[in-house]
Design a protein around this ligand. Sequence first.
Ligand SMILES: NC(=O)c1ccc[n+]([C@@H]2O[C@H](COP(=O)([O-])OP(=O)(O)OC[C@H]3O[C@@H](n4cnc5c(N)ncnc54)[C@H](O)[C@@H]3O)[C@@H](O)[C@H]2O)c1
Length: 315
Amino acid sequence: MTGGAGFIGSHLIDRLLAHGHDVTCADNLFTGSRRNIEHLQGHAGFTFLQHDVTTPLFVEVDEIYNLACPASPVHYQHDPVMTIKTSVLGAINMLGLAKRLGCKIFQASTSEVYGDPAVHPQPEGYWGNVNPIGPRSCYDEGKRCAETLFFDYHREHGVAIKVARIFNTYGPRMHHADGRVVSNFVVQALSGAPITLYGDGSQTRSFCYVDDTVEGCIRLMETGPMVTGPVNLGNPVEFTIRDLAQQIVDLTGSRSGFIHRDLPQDDPKQRRPDTALAERLLGWSPRVALDEGLAQTVAYFSARLSELKGLSATG
Ligand SMILES: NC(=O)c1ccc[n+]([C@@H]2O[C@H](COP(=O)([O-])OP(=O)(O)OC[C@H]3O[C@@H](n4cnc5c(N)ncnc54)[C@H](O)[C@@H]3O)[C@@H](O)[C@H]2O)c1
């Protein structure tokens, strides 16, 4: 698994190890952390390699999950050239490995391939509305190009591919400072800081708990050779950003108020997956309700913030 020290990857590793697989995690620790995988040190089935996917990787494995890529705007816009190299060169290197080994390969693609969608909800057949030269393009176009590479390796070299388009996922082990909406709101609510709403908060998102996303990824990987994807994985229940903020305030008992900021450039106004294909092909639909998932997430960040406070107090 590339990107296995990150948020989704570390949960996926936990699940694969629990299923009895051995897992090699290759990660350069750009946005991931040893902390996310420290509970696995000493596990006989787990190996960590500090590796950057923009260079080739030589390992012997039976299947590949390709998740390496910073996923939040704060992180992927930090070094846009590196972001697009990670998506594109990372895909080429891992597809080359899958071709050599004759093994199947999973790609963590994204709802961002739909850009600011003109079709709602988004089915897999929709080609998207993406700005190719804006500040988000390094991520969106990088992921689109990676999908192209996956399908070209499949058609030209017969590589068995599994492409998932993952929508907003949240849960424990999200980075506390990644600027994503759920982690932002939870951290602001827990620390009593004002909650930042971009625009008037009426833009909508759908949020999928990480356990559900991981289950969908594994089910897609386990499909037969005829299934390539792309398959949307996300929660079709749509909330306004304002509703989400209010739910987090209520859950944390926070006294935080709201402040408004301008919407960032190219921020999609509406985003919701059409999950009919995932339901039909994988028998998959999200199981964890937002209040249940948020409770787990708040508990995680509450412990994490105390830990960070402890660290800063001890210098
Ligand atoms: N979290 C979401 O809501 C979401 C939605 C859609 C798609 N995805 C995709 O799922 C994957 C995992 O996302 P996440 O939320 O866990 O993000 P994350 O930032 O927590 O994890 C990404 C991991 O990739 C590693 N990485 C980055 N560049 C690398 C490189 N050049 N070489 C090796 N490792 C590298 C990071 O260190 C990190 O561990 C990403 O590909 C992301 O695009 C995530």
